[in-house]
Ligand binder design. Structure first.
Ligand code: DPM
Length: 322
C-alpha cells in the first residue's frame, strides 16, 4: 500500500559556534531561511571549536587552518548537521573533501575600525602619540599599521568582543582595532571611533560577509541556500579568496584586500606586508565580475613577482621559530 500523504520536508539543522557574534549571525541565517521556506523547520545546533577553547595563545602561533570551523565541519560530515554558518574570513580557502561553500550572504562594511580608550576621544590613528599601545592579534592589521605608523606600539589581544573592549576600558591598551562588521552586528557600532580607510588598512579576505558551508552532494540544501546568496558579494569574495589561496591558503597571514564592482568592472586590490612593517607590496587588477577567480590568481602571481613570496616565507619561518 502506498501512502498518499507526502512526508513533511526534512528538518534542516544549522551548526554554529557558541560565541555571541556567531549566534547573532546564525540566528539571522535561520530567520532568513524560515522566511523563504515557511513550511520547513530550521534548528540551530551549537558547538565549541578549538579557537573558542584556546584563549591564551596568540592566534598566529597556533597557526592551524580552520581553527574556528573544524568541529562544525565534522558535524556536517557525520550528518549531525546540514549546514554551518561562518564569518567568511574564518573559513579556509581549501575545504575538506565532501564540503563546499554553498552561499555567500550580503556583506556588511568590510573595513577595520579603531576603538579608543576614553582619554583619547579627541584623537585619530594619525594623532595618537608615539608609544601609544594598540591591541590586535591580526598580523594583517599589525603589519599595515606599523608600516604607516612606526611610532606606535602593538600588543596582542585575545578573547571575544566584550572581553577586548573591557581590556581597553581598563586601560591595558590605548586603542584596539576590530572589524566594523562584528561591532555592527552586535549592536556596538557606537564604539567605532574611526573607520580605517583602505589606504591604511586593507581588510581580510571575506571580511564582513557570511559564508555558509554544506555537503557537496546535498542538492536540497544547496537549493535552499540560493535564496540567501548575494551575487555581487560572492563575486568579490571569490576574487579575494582566489588571491589568498594562490598566495597562501590559511587565515593568519599579513595579506589584505579590497574589492569593488562598478558597472561591469570588478577591481581587486591586494597587499602583502612584512611583520616589522618595513616592506609592503601592493597592486590592483580589474576585469569583469565573472572573471573573479582568475583576477585573484593573476594578482597573486603579480605580487609574487614583486617579492611577496619572500615576505611570506620569512613569516612562516618566524612563526615556527617563536
Ligand atoms: C581572522 C582574523 C581575525 C578574526 C585576522 C584578520 C581578527 C583577529 C584579531 C581571520 N578572524 O582579520 O586579519 O584582530 O585579533 C573575526 C572577527 C570577525 C570574524 C573579529 C574582528 C567579525 C567580522 C567579520 C576574528 N572573525 O575581525 O574584529 O565577520 O568579518
Amino acid at each position: 500500500m502506498t501512502s498518499t500523504v507526502s512526508s513533511p520536508p526534512r528538518t534542516v539543522r544549522i551548526g554554529s559556534r557558541k560565541s555571541q557574534l556567531a549566534l547573532v549571525q546564525t540566528h539571522w541565517v535561520q530567520e532568513q531561511l524560515q522566511k523563504h521556506f515557511p513550511d520547513r523547520r530550521f534548528e540551530v545546533h551549537t558547538m565549541s571549536t578549538q579557537g573558542d577553547k584556546i584563549l591564551d595563545v596568540a592566534l598566529a602561533k597556533i597557526g592551524d587552518k580552520g581553527l574556528f570551523t573544524k568541529e562544525l565541519e565534522v558535524g556536517m560530515l557525520q550528518h549531525e548537521t546540514d549546514l554551518a554558518v561562518h564569518s567568511l574570513k574564518d573559513l579556509p580557502t581549501n575545504l575538506p573533501e565532501g564540503l563546499m561553500l554553498g552561499c555567500v550572504t550580503e556583506r556588511e562594511n568590510p573595513a577595520d575600525a579603531l576603538v579608543v580608550h576614553e582619554k583619547h576621544k579627541d584623537k585619530q590613528l594619525e594623532t595618537l602619540s608615539p608609544g601609544s599601545v594598540v591591541g590586535t592579534s591580526s598580523l594583517r592589521r599589525l603589519a599595515q599599521l606599523r608600516y604607516h605608523f612606526p611610532h606606535l606600539e602593538f600588543k596582542d589581544i585575545r578573547g571575544n568582543l566584550n572581553t577586548r573592549l573591557a581590556k581597553l576600558d581598563e586601560g591595558q591598551y590605548d586603542a584596539i582595532v576590530l572589524a566594523v562588521a562584528g561591532l555592527t552586528r552586535l549592536g556596538m557600532s557606537d564604539r567605532i571611533h574611526q573607520v580605517i580607510p583602505p589606504e591604511i588598512s586593507l581588510h581580510a579576505v571575506g571580511q564582513g560577509a557570511l559564508g555558509i558551508e554544506c555537503r557537496t552532494d546535498d542538492a536540497e540544501i544547496l537549493d535552499l541556500l540560493k535564496a540567501l546568496e548575494h551575487r555581487e558579494t560572492a563575486q568579490r569574495c571569490y576574487a579575494e579568496r582566489a588571491f589568498l589561496n594562490t598566495l597562501e591558503g590559511g587565515c593568519q597571514v599579513p595579506i589584505g584586500v579590497n574589492t569593488k564592482i562598478e558597472g561591469d568592472r570588478l577591481t581587486l586590490t591586494g597587499m602583502v606586508a612584512s611583520l616589522d612593517g618595513k616592506r609592503l607590496i601592493k597592486d590592483a587588477i580589474s576585469g569583469t565580475p565573472d572573471q573573479a577567480q582568475h583576477l585573484g590568481i593573476q594578482l597573486a602571481e603579480k605580487l609574487r613577482e614583486m617579492g611577496a613570496q619572500e615576505i611570506l616565507d620569512e613569516i612562516f619561518e618566524q612563526i615556527q621559530r617563536s
